[in-house]
Design a protein around this ligand. Structure first.
Ligand code: HEC
Ligand code: HEC
Length: 351
């Protein structure tokens, strides 16, 4: 009888340990985000930095920050004010307007499929989505914060935010680095694929394209030479070209594009080849929003772009027939797909 006690004590100890272990709050490990890559996109191409792996917690925090107007100086402009999900993450204006309605100089590009590119902005001046985020926050005509510290300070004061940074990054510290990593993670989930073009090209469904769109694809890859620059699964070579769009007569009004980054003479007036996915929904077009419709874009290419000393050698009159133009337009429309429509603004923001 006597020698039973030690066993009993051990059992009680084990029981107590298990109870305390269960009751004490555990550090919740961040969960890897399962990126769904729609048909037609290359699942091996996402540009995700090693120090910012995708997790559910970061993506969700990034979504809150992307839609939260409190990150601008007057608490009236969010990223989504210009990158509006209802307009395929653009704003339907020739050039964007931000803080107090001030106009910027460039057209708002979509954030769809940005996870496949490193160079961000029309001139590629940011090398990653993380770096890109930092610019609009302190741009005087966009979110107009005097400094990044100002943004950090405001978010810190919202009691609901630090705990979300804790679940995403393991520390309550609200820092610019964490803000950028969270927003960039969210942006990487905004994708478009599985368009009629993808079902035709990758899925092998020969009926996915209308007769006209199919003829348009042949113009795109043939007489129109569009594929020379709009190439690969995301329809961009990720390079910079001069088409002469918005080339101003007077030098001081000229947007020199890529030149601002490289200071190379030959880069004057070059801009990044954008993706053509969802193109039907993202007008007006070109870096300066100077072309209102896709018909205008096709006419622009048909006349060989705008003459200027740096015009790309591929740019020459195409002599497309009216039928070829209509077919090309039908093809461009077949690049509207799915993925990004699932993304909704948050129902509630941290208080
Ligand atoms: C006032 C309107 C406005 C606001 C607010 C704004 N953007 Fe933009 N965004 C633009 C414009 C205009 C450009 C292109 C600027 C350039 O190329 O010089 C751009 C470019 C981008 C790009 C690069 C896309 C590409 O194809 O290269 C990304 C990504 C982006 N914005 C994300 C964001 C995020 C994240 C926020 C919030 C922190 C934000 N934007 C806030 C207007 C805005
Ligand atoms: C020499 C390379 C090149 C060729 C060839 C080319 N593009 Fe482009 N495309 C670009 C670049 C660069 C831009 C952005 C130019 C700018 O903003 O100034 C662009 C912009 C566009 C846009 C507007 C995108 C937006 O988001 O505003 C459309 C639409 C377009 N191209 C369709 C076509 C079609 C159709 C063809 C064939 C008829 C074609 N492109 C041929 C490089 C090219």
């Amino acid at each position: 009888m006597k020698n039973r006690y030690p066993i009993l004590i051990v059992v009680i100890f084990i029981y107590l340990f298990a109870m305390v272990g269960g009751l004490l709050p555990k550090e919740k490990a961040a969960e890897a985000y399962r990126l769904t890559i729609p048909l037609g996109l290359d699942e091996f191409s996402p540009q995700i930095p090693k120090d910012n792996p995708l997790t559910n917690e970061k993506v969700e925090l990034g979504r809150l920050l992307f839609f939260d107007k409190r990150i601008s100086i007057d608490e009236r402009v969010s990223c989504a004010s210009c990158h509006n999900p209802k307009l395929a993450f653009t704003d339907s204006q020739p050039v964007s307007s931000g803080f107090q309605g001030q106009k910027g100089k460039r057209n708002t590009p979509t954030i769809i499929n940005r996870l496949f590119s490193s160079g961000q902005f029309w001139d590629g001046r940011a090398d990653s989505l993380e770096e890109q985020v930092k610019a609009p926050l302190i741009n005087p005509v966009e979110m107009a914060n005097p400094s990044h510290e100002g943004v950090v300070g405001r978010l810190k004061k919202i009691p609901g935010y630090p705990p979300l940074f804790k679940t995403a990054f393991g520390t309550e510290a609200v820092t610019m680095d964490h803000i950028a990593k969270a927003i960039a993670s969210f942006e990487r989930t905004v994708v478009s694929g599985n368009s009629p073009f993808d079902r035709f090209e990758t899925g092998g469904d020969k009926k996915a394209l209308s007769e006209s769109a199919w003829r348009g694809l042949k113009v795109f890859r043939g007489k129109g030479q569009c594929h020379l620059c709009h190439t690969g699964f995301n329809l961009t070579d990720e390079l910079y070209h001069n088409l002469g769009a918005g080339w101003a007569e007077s030098e001081k009004d000229r947007d020199l594009g890529r030149y601002a980054v490289t200071r190379k003479e030959e880069d004057k007036g070059k801009f990044k080849t954008p993706t053509l996915r969802e193109i039907e929904k993202t007008g007006p077009y070109m870096h300066d929003g100077s072309l209102r419709t896709l018909e205008e874009v096709i006419d622009f290419y048909d006349r060989g772009g705008n003459k200027n000393p740096n015009l790309d050698f591929e740019m020459r009159p195409l002599k497309l027939t009216p039928q070829e133009k209509r077919d090309l337009l039908e093809f461009l429309r077949s690049l509207s797909g799915a993925g990004w429509q699932k993304i909704m603004p948050p129902a509630r923001f941290p208080e």
